[in-house]
Design a protein around this ligand. Structure first.
Ligand code: GLC
Length: 567
């Protein structure tokens, strides 16, 4: 039997670097490319195949680089183009790939395209952005109006995010060609793919209708007028033809798509349609969110299992899933979905990873998750830096309609800053991240939670991630197997089967701090002799499961993976 094809992109594991918070080489408190270069061996040791780098391009940093003023240069804060070339070379030398963040729904207002566009009503680039005499009542993702008046010409421009992130007008073919040319330039330079920022917002309803305002507000969300809009598929197919078709190596593509439906995701990721490899959907990271992201709802495990299973079934055999519990926009996954108390942090971080990576799709490891990094104990407004969080607080304060101490507690749980605290390399005062003052406070738990103590310790979260990633590379069932959820209604056990013609994995995970006994509902055709099947992975390193399947007894946050051959 020949092993899995390592060049098949479906077997790859992606690691996300948020450069500002990864490693600082020059002591200014902000991470940079030379900091990343100092840790490429760490990434190689972890075993990941691909690095997705959040934006390092020239930017006024209104949204930490998601506001780009030059797509073809590196911001001096992060280094130089030569540093980026070196990073590509060093990753390639170790068999890894580099995916860049492509932020083309909008530019910075300091991008030359926008500077020209705003300069006069008849500038040739005027139509590269959305200009109108009258604004609509759309609310921006960072709260407040999505239109801002520009004094130069007295017209308003559209920005779905901050006023410093004007939306490009993808209806204009020159805009699209300029974006494609930039993408080709990066691929020719050695880049291996793109993570596409809010790429399901590029096609708007061009009539720009009024939306329903929120109660008590003049503005309201207008997602129905720009989410997976009328020309979205057409634009991505054109991008494929213009940029990706005919290249020697596979170009890895993942589209970030807030609000995407399964039905649309099938179309976006069906290989026959030549659009994208996969999308980031948001269903499972919205289950604990009410009217806004600081309105927290209790999370029920059956809902989380169902959200993930819906996508497994919805895309099976047609599209392809991306798998994530965290990224630079979400709080730390161990604090949100696991248990970050000292007794259970390690086991729950491993269990979360096991469950995620053994679903079908491409797993994304967000920097620090492989160390089990948790949310920081933020308490004061001064602890936060993120534009989304601070805008929401400012709005609430101005309106006077929110209990501010309660809001601060919710911010401490959900703010994007929780993902962005510096990576914890060691126990020193700067956590090995910086010799200076970090731009965002380091989590005080770095004295215990850090790479120096974890790498090489068989019981660590890091070593568990290594084993999990290695399992994917060795065993085709992890990539290829179909998915069947067991016990969908069980309040604390997450169990499922993965199956190819030749092999089967059984995953059972306890999402609670209680010892839990149960009998797995394995159909006679599946039951077979699981009792004799070997354990291929466990979250309680060195411990033997208390019971073999189908009668299980799982310790707190214990997860176990069994494998057997099928004949
Ligand atoms: C995406 C990014 C987020 C950014 C926004 C605007 O959602 O992940 O960090 O603020 O787009 O570019």
């Amino acid at each position: 039997m020949s092993g899995p094809d390592p060049q098949d992109w479906r077997r790859w594991v992606v690691y996300q670097i948020y450069p500002r918070s990864f490693a600082d080489s020059d002591g200014n408190g902000v991470g940079d490319l030379r900091g990343i270069l100092a840790h490429v061996d760490y990434l190689h040791e972890l075993g990941v195949d691909v690095v997705w780098l959040s934006p390092v391009f020239r930017s006024p940093m209104d949204d930490n680089g998601y506001d780009i003023s030059d797509y073809q240069d590196v911001d001096p804060l992060f280094g130089t183009l030569a540093d980026l070339d070196e990073l590509i070379a060093e990753l390639h030398a170790r068999g890894m790939k580099l995916v860049l963040d492509l932020v083309v729904n909008h530019t910075s207002d300091e991008h030359p395209w926008f500077i020209q566009s705003r300069s006069s009503r008849d500038n040739p680039r005027r139509d590269w952005y959305w200009w109108r005499d009258k604004p609509t009542n759309w609310e921006s993702h960072f709260f407040g109006p999505a239109w801002t008046r520009d004094d130069t010409t007295g017209q308003y421009y559209l920005h779905l995010f901050s006023a410093k992130q004007p939306d490009l007008n993808w209806e204009n073919p020159e805009v699209r060609q300029a974006v494609y040319a930039m993408m080709r330039w990066w691929l020719d330079r050695g880049v291996d793919g793109f993570r596409m920022d809010v790429i399901n917002m590029i096609s708007k309803d061009t009539s720009l209708p009024e939306t329903r305002p929120r109660p008590g507000s003049a503005y309201g969300p207008a997602g129905q007028y720009f989410t997976s809009g009328p020309r979205n598929h057409e634009f991505l197919q054109e991008m494929y033809r213009e940029v990706f078709a005919g290249r020697d190596a596979h170009v890895l593509t993942v589209g970030e798509m807030p609000g995407v439906t399964i039905r649309d995701a099938v179309l976006f990721t069906d290989p026959a349609r030549h659009e994208l490899d996969m999308v980031f959907q948001f269903q499972h990271v919205q289950l604990d969110i009410g009217a806004n992201k600081f309105d927290l709802l209790p999370l029920k495990l059956p809902d989380l299992k169902a959200a993930m299973a819906d996508w497994q079934h919805g895309l099976a055999g047609r599209g392809w899933n991306s798998l994530y519990f965290g990224n630079h926009d979400q709080p730390r996954s161990v604090s949100r979905f696991g248990d970050d108390s000292p007794a259970h942090r390690v086991a729950s971080a491993k269990t979360l990873a096991t469950v995620l990576h053994l679903h079908r799709g491409t797993p994304y490891v967000y920097q620090g998750d492989e160390l089990g990094m948790a949310n920081s104990p933020f308490t004061a407004l001064a602890d936060f830096r993120d534009i989304e969080t601070l805008s929401f607080y400012a709005g609430a304060e101005a309106r006077g309609d929110v209990d501010l101490p309660a809001l601060l507690l919710a911010m401490a749980r959900m703010s994007r800053d929780q993902a962005r605290t510096p990576v914890q390399w060691d126990a020193s005062p700067g956590a090995g991240f910086t010799t200076g003052t970090p731009w965002l406070a380091i989590n005080p738990d770095h004295t215990q939670v850090n790479a120096a103590v974890e790498v090489g310790d068989p019981g660590s979260v890091f070593e568990h991630y290594r084993r999990l990633i290695a399992l994917r590379h060795q065993d085709p069932v992890v990539t290829d197997g179909d998915f069947e959820l067991l016990l969908p209604d069980h309040p604390t056990i997450w169990a499922f089967l993965r199956r190819t013609a030749g092999a089967e994995l059984l995953v059972a995970a306890n999402f609670s701090a209680e010892v839990t006994a149960l009998r797995l509902p394995l159909a006679a055709s599946q039951a077979g002799d699981w009792a004799a099947a070997p354990v291929v992975l466990t979250s309680l390193t060195g411990e033997t499961p208390l019971q073999p399947p189908p009668d299980l007894k799982l310790r707190p946050w214990e997860s176990v993976v069994w494998r057997r051959a099928r004949s």
